[in-house]
Design a protein around this ligand. Structure first.
Ligand SMILES: [Zn+2]
Length: 93
């Protein structure tokens, strides 16, 4: 999957937390204005603006993401990770 982890990021515009990393939707290299990034903390999409800050996506951008197979795959992977992190550990039998 064409995905990169990017270590130096601004705050997530949705949850306000500074994520350790964002999952980027990257067809062509690293983060760039107009590209989408998924917050690893809250699992919502943001879009890089011209100053390389993250802003919430527009409705139109969300529609594009909803129909993008790569974006859906990244979101699905994030959901599976989230469940794994939040499920209680299995008891030893
Ligand atoms: Zn967030």
């Amino acid at each position: 999957m064409a995905e990169h982890l990017y270590a130096v990021v601004p705050f997530c515009p949705h949850c306000g937390r500074r994520a350790e990393s964002f999952r980027l939707l990257c067809e062509r290299g690293g983060p760039a204005p107009g590209k989408a990034a998924l917050c690893n903390q809250c699992g919502t999409w943001s879009v890089w603006d011209d100053d390389m800050d993250l802003r919430p996506p527009t409705i139109e951008e969300l529609d594009v993401l909803d129909n993008d197979n790569e974006a859906r795959g990244i979101l699905r992977e994030w959901g599976i990770d989230w469940v794994r992190r939040h499920l209680p550990p299995k008891r030893m039998q």
